[in-house]
Design a protein around this ligand. Structure first.
Ligand SMILES: [Ca+2]
Ligand SMILES: [Ca+2]
Length: 168
């Protein structure tokens, strides 16, 4: 072995271990509820398990949640995610209070607030987002399973100053 080879191998091993560890953390971070519920009941399901509906801030995160939706969803509409404009029409926010910026992945033409007001977001199995009624009733799609994200992870991604606001 040359000196270079001896140096590179340990670094490669460390890199591979690091990647598999972060993937394992991702597996653990999100989960899909077993039952089709309203957005609100889905959120309560997540809360009971120390989580909240998923907050998606990057394309990489969206890709991960998309794969989960494709694997676990019982509905062709996909699953609920943690965005709503119920507080103020047209002002979409994540359940942690942050606006949907800079990343969002709305389906073309969405959110369109159909059916006298769609205020709750779900992810289609293709990874794009749509606004829908709380019970999924617009155009007859129906109830959906929630995608939950463990809460401590969400807090750790906020400004330290904002974290106390999320404490019970
Ligand atoms: Ca709306
Ligand atoms: Ca819509």
């Amino acid at each position: 072995m040359t000196t270079l080879t001896r140096t590179i191998w340990p670094l490669l091993v460390i890199l591979i271990l690091g990647i598999s560890k972060s993937q394992a953390a991702n597996e653990d971070r999100y989960f899909v509820g077993p039952d089709r519920l309203t957005w609100t009941a889905g959120r309560a399901y997540c809360h009971k398990r120390g989580a909240d509906l998923a907050v998606i801030e990057t394309a990489e995160e969206n890709e991960h949640v998309k794969r989960l939706v494709q694997q676990k969803s019982d509905s062709d509409a996909g699953c609920w995610i943690g965005a709503t404009d119920a507080g103020h029409e047209g002002q979409w926010r994540w359940v942690n209070g942050k606006p949907l910026a800079p990343y969002s992945n709305w389906h073309h033409g969405e959110p369109n607030n159909l059916c006298h007001g769609e205020n709750f977001a779900h992810m289609w199995p293709d990874g794009t987002w749509n606004d829908q009624k709380r019970d999924g009733s617009c155009n007859g799609w129906g109830l959906m399973q929630p995608v939950c994200e463990r809460r401590e992870r969400q807090v750790s991604r906020l400004d330290p100053a904002a974290a106390p606001l999320l404490q019970p």
